[in-house]
Design a protein around this ligand. Sequence first.
Ligand SMILES: [Zn+2]
Length: 233
Amino acid sequence: MSESQQIKVVDAFDLDDELRSLLKPGEMVRDAQGRRKRLPRYFYEIPTHDSAKQIRLAPHFGLNEFILVDLKEAQRLQQFPRYIPCAVRLLAFFLEQFRSAAGASVHVAVNGGYRSPSHKMSGSASSHMWGTAADIYRIGSNIVKTKELIDKYNDLAEELSDDVTILPYGHDTGTSVDDHVHIDLGYVTVIPREISEDRMEVPQESRPRFAFEERRRRDRRAAQTAAAAAENK
Ligand SMILES: [Zn+2]
């Protein structure tokens, strides 16, 4: 097993000043209805572009697919190591189910995965800032920009679970969509089991708070055991 498949989890309060000011861990933002939401605090740290491509969050979804951004994202957040809220794995799981239901490959748009609170498209709280929403612009060979296709795939997405919400077809940015399907799990934050939570919402310079996510599936554990055995030879 290559080292890059070990995903490092960090407490964003321990990142440097610039990163903290851009990721805003634990800060409150209001949604379009004025309800307050607390931004995520625990992030996967992705060291390189190669590791982003190698790390699979679900059988058909690599981590790299959720960090596609353009110049609308803060410049520092376009550089590696990059950070993405740990809840993105749940999103990948639902997209995998969605892919099965659609019977075709599912493509996340640029700026359609994680968008930091400093991203130019981040206004009021949106699930993209939690890593729990994806904008799908193409399914199989279909570019999703007609009412017929958006209605069809919205129905499929909503049938997956009551936890999934979508935006209806329409031309009002923010409340409807006309060139993608917005699949949304809501404001879900994940505290990885390997992390020890700290009630201090300040940097802990003397004591870095991070962990490496353990492989849970049996095949991955087996690979890890084999790698460890090889190292010990
Ligand atoms: Zn969206």
